[in-house]
Design a binder for this molecule. Structure first.
Ligand code: ADP
Length: 677
């Protein structure tokens, strides 16, 4: 086995690999960019080497810097994790040339599977079913259009070099084809430096089912069953599970065999995933699955396979890379129970936009130990920041159960235990998926999220407003008490009435009003500091005496007793806003301040601002143009995805402040807009 392993990655996967390496007695070396100097993966590793500035292209993708780090630290092997250099054949070769073992497949196998079109041709030849379509080399737009016509709409345009759903467009009719083609090519060029595409039939009720395979360098290949990754948003996986619900055993066997055949066809070694799309129209069937691509690395969702097989796939990767035989033969592999994984992201689901939400994780509590059968894979700790430079994933929550229902309940409990203050997360959205009756019934296809979006997005539930306000008010009062106590301690007179926060008066009862802005509306909570304790008069409270409350706040944990009901929530105050974290949701409520309120009311000029930092890839309008509500004005590329900025109303373009190719900061006005009267 290797004496020292360098992990050419960051975040949760770097931490995950380090843990197994440590279990095996292998010393570990982390690499880090400027942005990650204090990151968790750096702290976990035995050693760490700085490799460059924050942008990935200048650090985690810099092959020379990584090889130099390996040489400096004496690492004899490199684990690439997923993303970054994990599927880069050139890098695998550069490792070999430096006498370092690349923990992954041979460069040739990566190349053979690297381009989706060539891989499809190869798979067809190996007798693996592929989606009907065009995967030729010629790229003339006219020809592609005619091919789409031949295949029959709807079709899917895919970047040949694609990954992560980028450079992919579904097209429903011929008149949309050329526009969609141009967008897919542009996105592909930006993300992969390669704008070639393929066109294939878009299946009506597609389910994404993939097979985990493993091969050693002695010619043994096994499969570790399937994962169902059908719950996707914009072709990116959101929730994964194993085994696939409703999978007929005969189909599992056929798919497993096809995946093993695919691996053998390219002389594969190591961990790989053969992705298929299954046509779920009329249920899963033995002959209703098609190869879409092979990922020549460890997948984000590998833990669900580990949960049902009881194996450690990173351990297998390291053993295979060290030249060992596969630890088990096919006949010895079995499935136990059911596993689910949810990807917790720093992103805001509001309005179905899912904009990345970066910033410091002022509070972060992930389920661990206190919720049964949960595994949390993360690369961040409380106080760390989610930066705009990398994938905004906070953690993966993985659960195991005796059956799917049990796993589902456990995942819900795990999601409800999540508390994050700072960036907005998708925890509530994930919970809504897990709770949805169609998900419970395993009525799945890749259109699930779009179809049920309305029901899955956070609702501003008026019914719970009072509870929220009561918690917010109790939290504010507790926080105030804590800070007053600190001040009093510092002033040397702990009994000074001037530092007291009990609405202290010489005579009678103290009263005050706390103002909160909830969904843009001012809501007032009356506070009565009476001799018998504190009472709150909530907006819907009919009794002027209010309800009895008490509470304590310790390290962000608020325990409140409101009218005899005991509630526990996470609580955080920052920059005039409180965050109440309750059952996986985080409610951000602004504290009402008359000075701020005046400012808040001004807004709404209708100008088009950057919803996040990014690069303008196209500007379609000019000063003086008249536009209709919803017209596309410009395209912003951020986090490697394209976001179309649209006209907020009918009107005229008053000014265009940035040009194509410009980098813009979050919140800047890109287009000044005058709405029509
Ligand atoms: P990427 O490499 O960008 O992830 P994939 O080829 O793996 O692209 O496809 C990603 C997802 O897109 C699939 O999981 C599936 O949801 C959807 N998809 C791919 N091909 C088809 C198809 N022919 N019809 C319908 N959906 C598809």
């Amino acid at each position: 086995m290797f004496s020292k392993l360098l992990i050419a990655n960051r975040g949760e996967i770097a931490c995950r690999v380090i843990r197994t390496a440590r279990d095996l007695g292998i010393r570990t070396v982390a690499v880090f960019s400027d942005a990650d100097a204090g990151a968790m993966h750096v702290a976990l590793a035995d050693e760490a080497v700085h490799i460059g500035p924050a942008p990935a292209a200048e650090s985690y993708l810099d092959q020379q810097a990584i090889l130099a780090a390996a040489a400096r630290s004496g690492a004899v092997a490199i684990h690439p994790g997923y993303g970054f250099l994990s599927e880069n054949a050139e890098f695998a070769e550069a490792c070999a040339a430096s006498g370092i073992t690349f923990v992954g497949p041979p460069a040739d196998a990566m190349r053979a599977m690297g381009a989706k079109d060539a891989a499809k041709r190869l798979m067809e030849a190996a007798g693996v079913p592929v989606v009907p379509g065009y995967h030729g080399e010629a790229q003339d737009p006219g020809l592609l259009g005619r091919e789409a016509e031949r295949i029959g709409y709807p079709v899917l345009i895919k970047a040949v070099a694609g990954g992560g759903g980028r450079g992919m467009r579904r097209v429903d009719s011929a008149d949309e084809f050329q526009t969609a083609l141009a967008a897919a090519q542009r996105e592909a060029k930006a993300a992969f430096g390669d704008d070639r595409v393929l066109v294939e039939r878009y299946l009506a009720k597609p389910r994404h089912i993939e097979i985990q395979i493993f091969a050693d360098s002695h010619g043994n290949v096994v499969h570790l069953f399937e994962r169902d990754c059908t719950i996707q948003r914009r072709h990116q996986k959101v929730i994964e599970e194993a085994p696939a619900p409703g999978m007929p055993p005969a189909m599992r066997e056929r798919m497993g065999e096809a995946a093993v055949r695919a691996a053998k066809a390219v002389g594969y070694v190591g961990a790989g995933t053969v992705e298929f799309i299954a046509d779920a129209e009329g249920g899963l069937s033995e002959d209703g699955f098609f190869f879409i691509e092979m990922n020549t690395r460890l997948q984000v969702e590998h833990p669900v396979t580990e949960m049902i097989t009881g194996l450690d796939l990173v351990e297998w990767q390291l053993r295979v890379a060290a030249g060992d035989r596969l630890p088990l033969q096919q006949a010895a592999l079995t499935i136990t129970g059911h596993a689910l994984e949810a990807r917790l992201y720093a992103e805001n689901p509001a309005g179905g936009k899912f904009l990345p939400s970066t910033g410091q994780l002022r509070q972060l509590r992930l389920p661990a130990g206190d919720v049964g059968h949960v595994r949390v894979d993360t690369g961040v700790r409380p106080g760390d920041a989610v930066s705009m430079f990398y994938d905004p994933m906070i953690a993966k929550l993985i659960v195991h159960g005796a059956d799917r229902d049990q796993a589902r309940y456990r995942l819900r409990a795990a999601l409800e235990a999540v508390r994050v203050a700072g960036p907005v997360t998708n925890a509530g959205f994930l919970r809504a998926i897990v709770d949805h009756p169609a998900f419970a019934a395993a009525d799945l296809d890749t259109g699930f999220i779009d179809r049920h979006l309305e029901a899955l997005l956070p609702q501003s539930g008026a019914a719970s407003d009072d509870k929220l306000l009561a918690l917010a008010a109790t939290g504010v009062l507790c926080a105030r008490k804590t800070s007053a106590r600190k001040q009093a301690d510092a002033s040397g007179d702990p009994y000074s009435p001037w530092d007291a926060t009990s609405g202290w008066r010489l005579n009678g009862i103290g009263r005050e009003t706390l103002g909160f802005l909830l969904a843009g509306t001012l809501r007032e909570v009356g506070v009565i500091h009476a001799p018998g304790g504190m009472r709150l008069v909530l907006p819907s409270c009919e009794d002027a005496h209010g309800v009895q409350v008490s509470g304590s706040l310790d390290d962000g944990e608020l325990v409140a007793e409101i009218d005899g009901q005991r509630l526990t929530a996470g609580f955080d105050v920052s920059e005039g806003r409180v965050t109440v974290m309750l059952a996986g949701d985080a409610f951000v409520i602004a504290l009402h301040d008359p000075m701020q309120a005046a400012e808040l009311e001004e807004g709404g000029t209708g100008d088009v601002t950057a919803p996040m930092p990014g690069k303008l890839v196209s500007v379609r309008i000019a000063k003086g143009d008249s536009v209709r509500k919803g017209d596309p004005l410009a395209v912003l590329e951020a986090m490697k995805m394209e976001h179309t900025l649209i006209a907020p109303a009918d009107g005229v373009i008053a000014a265009v402040h940035y040009a194509q190719g410009d980098q813009v900061e979050e919140g800047v006005t890109i287009i000044a807009f005058e709405a029509a009267e």
